[in-house]
Design a protein around this ligand. Structure first.
Ligand SMILES: Cc1ncc(COP(=O)(O)O)c(C=O)c1O
Length: 336
């Protein structure tokens, strides 16, 4: 058994780290309450920006370690994870094949356009077939490459697996150093949760590096029970794969449910207004699929008193800006 703090799994140096930790002082003046800080993981690196690159530093290192020349991954048509994977594969000279859920649009937009620019091979499946057959589809394409004498490495949805947990475990060490420099001891750390890996890494990482803080994931799809199970499984797999000396069953994993709204990648007007307000107030851009929903949830829960009357909250800005543009029609209210 090894102390997770001492373990150094294979890792590529891809993200621009450390990212800034920034206080939202103007927002604070408008909305008094516990102070809000942003961990600017939207700035992990230009078009690769966001949380995925932290996990992919480990998943792609593992692909290299196993001698793979191809990476297969999957997600929605506007998946930030798939975009980051496609661009990083191009950067590393790996072939990338994306299995996407949705109906093929007439023209690429947002992340899909970036996938295409990065030269990824793209296979789009209707949502029902994707849901039903994802595992078989991944195996099918893996065998397809094997038959060609190639070796394909599969990265699951959102790189949320035992390997990807390292991304935000290690990010927690960085965040602890940020907090020390800023002279704060946050009581709450909040992130958007879509496939659970960011929350899993932060929950284990905060336990080791920021022990006074509770990590909360705001689910943007499914529900609390689904994510408690998913995050718990990812943590168990992580502990077992690396023989870690940490009782992951005793970690405090918490989900803020109730803000999915009309569904995954759909939002109510209050989320679009929250995005516009923060951009105008602080010059920080959120997206309607993940960070905008989670930030809106955090403000609502802060007003309701879930985080107490004072102290510091860290919201992890996990990126996602390219998912904003396919929602342009919902910002009509900006035109008067
Ligand atoms: C911008 C953004 N924020 C948050 C998340 C959620 O992270 P995770 O998939 O690790 O739960 C994702 C991906 O799902 C994302 O693309």
């Amino acid at each position: 058994m090894s102390d997770p703090i001492q373990v150094n799994p294979p890792r590529l140096n891809l993200a621009n780290l450390p990212t800034p930790l920034q206080a939202l002082d103007r927002l604070q003046q408008q909305r008094p309450g516990p102070r809000i800080w942003l961990k600017r993981d939207d700035l992990t690196g230009c078009a690769l920006s966001g949380n995925k690159i932290r996990k992919l530093e480990f998943n792609l290192a593992q692909a290299r370690e196993e001698g793979c020349d191809t990476v297969i991954s999957c997600g929605g048509l506007q998946s930030n994870h798939c975009r980051a994977t496609a661009l990083l594969c191009a950067q590393l000279g790996l072939h990338c094949h994306l299995i996407l859920r949705g109906e093929p649009p007439a023209v690429g937009d947002g992340n899909l356009l970036l996938d295409q620019l990065a030269g990824a091979e793209i296979s789009v499946y209707p949502p029902q077939q994707y849901q039903r057959e994802l595992d078989q589809l991944l195996l099918h394409w893996q065998s397809h490459y094997q038959a060609q004498g190639r070796r394909a490495f599969v990265i699951p949805t959102g790189a949320s697996d035992a390997i990807g947990v390292w991304g935000y475990f290690k990010a927690s060490e960085e965040l602890a150093a940020d907090c020390q420099r800023s002279g704060i001891s946050p009581r709450h750390i909040i992130c958007a949760t879509g496939s659970g890996g960011t929350q899993a890494g932060l929950s284990a990482g905060a336990h080791c590096y920021i022990p006074g803080a509770q990590v909360w994931g705001v689910n943007v799809c499914d529900d609390e029970a689904w994510f408690l199970n998913k995050v718990g499984h990812d943590l168990q797999d992580w502990q077992q794969r690396y023989h870690l000396d940490i009782d992951v069953g005793a970690l405090s994993v918490k989900v803020i449910d109730g803000y999915v709204g009309p569904g995954y990648a759909k939002a109510d007007e209050e989320v679009y207004r929250c995005i516009a307000d923060l951009a105008a107030c602080e010059g920080v851009v959120l997206d309607p699929v993940y960070t905008g929903k989670a930030f809106h949830a955090m403000l609502c829960e802060r007003e309701r008193g879930r985080f107490g009357d004072d102290g510091d909250i860290v919201f992890v800005h996990t990126g996602g800006i390219f998912g904003l543009f396919p929602h342009r029609q919902h910002f009509d209210f900006l035109n008067g």
